[in-house]
Structure formats: structure tokens, C-alpha cells
Design a binder for this molecule. Sequence first.
Ligand code: FE
Ligand code: FE
Ligand code: ZN
Length: 295
Amino acid sequence: MIIGSHVSFHKDTQLFGSLEEALSYGANTFMFYTGAPQNTKRFPIIDEITLQAYQKMREVGIDLRHLIVHAPYIINLASDDVEKYRYSVSFLREELHRIDQLGIPFMVLHPGNYMKATKQAGILRIQKALNELLMDDSCHVTILLETMAGKGTEIGSSLEEIKQIIDGVTNKKRIGVCLDTCHLHDAGYDLRQFDLFLQQFDALIGMKYVHCIHVNDSKNEMGSHKDRHENIGYGKIGFATLLSIVYHPLLDDVPKILETPYIDRMYPPYRREIAMLLKKKFDSNLLQYTKTDAK
Ligand code: FE
Ligand code: FE
Ligand code: ZN
């Protein structure tokens, strides 16, 4: 199984630091923001550190083709505010080059929020922005549209919306999808019938577009549109259903990334959660053990 979690990325240690954090969790892949998730302050990529990380990745058998970067969540390609829209496009253009410089093939992106405009207007703006961004042939990164919970004016909480965006993108080779289990559940998809869900996805969009799975439990009921992640097996999706997703044969080659909450906002749960999924055994002491591990 290709599995890892969200990790940090620091100015001084860059990809090497992220790799070491991932290895401490027993992961064989990872995802990060190139700076803080909530802002767009970024710094130059240092190739020397990147090469050190590649060397270490070869030693431990981690494949660069499985790494993911997440775009900051304040970016909004659907914004009805011209300034914000322009800023989002120009930031992402630079971000794609940073990710390309790191050699990472995928960037996960929240499609956008339509704000005070209509959803259709928002979808059109996303398509326009994506076409502008994907025109640039000097960049190789594929943009993965994340399925959303449908909080507020979020676009992308139904497969139909994701399909509509993709339909309007000219360069289909560099567009894909990231399925977030918490978001799908909160959007109203019944993940207990995961085979059925994938059939539906395949018929509508096509399995070849899926390049990342965000594996999260949810604090809320199906269809709640809340987007509150929960630790694996501790939420309303449950351990059995999450297992059926991470072990689904059609998703064998797709990286699985945990974005579950830190215990007491301090202790990363990922080492224990990855172990749970690999052993297929629920750990009812996750909260307590994670804290003990940290000591
Ligand atoms: Fe996300
Ligand atoms: Fe996610
Ligand atoms: Zn979320």
C-alpha cells in the first residue's frame, strides 16, 4: 500500500525534512504545503536539499512519483472578486513551478468557492483559470481537484461538478481528482457502498483520473456538509469502511494520505494510524498511545 500523511515543509530543511518526518511515521509517501496552508508566503526551493532527499528516498525505496503537494486553501479560482481571482492564478503559476522544481508530479487543489456569485459562474471561472495554468508546457505538474464537503459555497461536492470542471479543461493530461473520504461522506456519498461509488465515478469521470486519496474519518453524519476530520476509526465513517477503501483493488497504485487531527492539537497520530491500516486492526488506545509515544 502506498500510504503516508500530511507532513510539514520548512524553509531550512525543505524536502529532506518532510521526508524524515514521513519516515518517522512508517510512511512510504507524503503530502505537504510548500509553506503555511493558510497563507501564500513562500521561499525559494534549494536544489541541493532536494537532491539529498532524492538520495535518501532511493535508499529507503520511496518513489518520487507518489509525492503530493497541497495548494494553500486560501486560493480561490472561483472568486467573483477580480483581484482575488488574478492573485490566485498568479500564485498557482509560481506554485506549479516550485512543485516542478521539486520533481513532484501532483498538486491537490480545492476547486473554489463561488461566494456571492452563482455556482455556474464559479465553475466557468475555475475552467478558465485551469486552462490558463495548464497551457504552460514548461511545467509537468498535474492538478488534482479535491472532492469537497459542500461547506458554504464550495464547488466540487458532487461528482457532477467535478466532471463539469474537467469537461471544460483542454489539457486533460494534466488534470485529475483527489478523493477525500471525509468530504465525500459529508457531501452525502455512502462510502459503505464503496464499490458502487467507484462504479459511479468510473462511469461519470473515469478511474484513470484518480491520483490521490485523502483518508480521513469524519466527526459528522453523512450529508452534514461540515468538513471536520476525525481520527481513523473514531468517526462516523468507521474503521471497516475506511479499510475497504484503502484496500480497494482499483486503488492499489493510488497514494493514500492521512489528514486526521493531531491528538490534543499537539501529537501527530500518523505512526499509529498507518500501523492500524497496515495491520487491519483498530487501535482503541490511539489517543493515549500517541501521547505516550511523544514522551
Ligand atoms: Fe484539501
Ligand atoms: Fe483533503
Ligand atoms: Zn477537509
